[in-house]
Design a protein around this ligand. Structure first.
Ligand SMILES: [Zn+2]
Ligand SMILES: [Zn+2]
Length: 109
């Protein structure tokens, strides 16, 4: 009998313990993982053959996505930036909530 069992075995490595939001099921069950391929003997990984790319794998639904994917949300535009306008008379920047221009005193409408 030949008992030698060898081969290439994938090995999932958890890179980060922090749970992230899964893009598929919406639950914070996705973790940053990497699948490395090892040359194994008797199911014991011996030599690292190929190092995988980090990926986001959901432990609940199994959804796999790239960590640089659409999961990252862009920074929201600050309210002060939206509320800014220019004075109709002198053109100075002012907040739209101002009743009068702080520079020339013209009423804000
Ligand atoms: Zn999921
Ligand atoms: Zn003004």
């Amino acid at each position: 009998m030949f008992f030698l069992i060898g081969g290439i075995q994938p090995r999932t490595v958890t890179l980060d313990d922090a749970k992230r939001l899964c893009a598929s099921c919406g639950l914070a069950q996705a973790r940053l993982k990497r699948i490395d391929h090892y040359l194994s003997l008797f199911f014991i990984p011996l030599i690292l053959i190929k190092r995988g790319q980090p990926l986001l794998m959901c432990e609940r639904c199994g959804f796999v996505s790239s960590p640089e994917g659409p999961g990252e949300r862009p920074l929201p535009i600050s309210r002060t930036e939206l509320d800014k306008k220019n004075c109709q008379k002198c053109g100075s920047p002012m907040e739209s909530s101002f009743r009068y221009c702080p520079h020339c005193g013209a009423p804000n409408n």
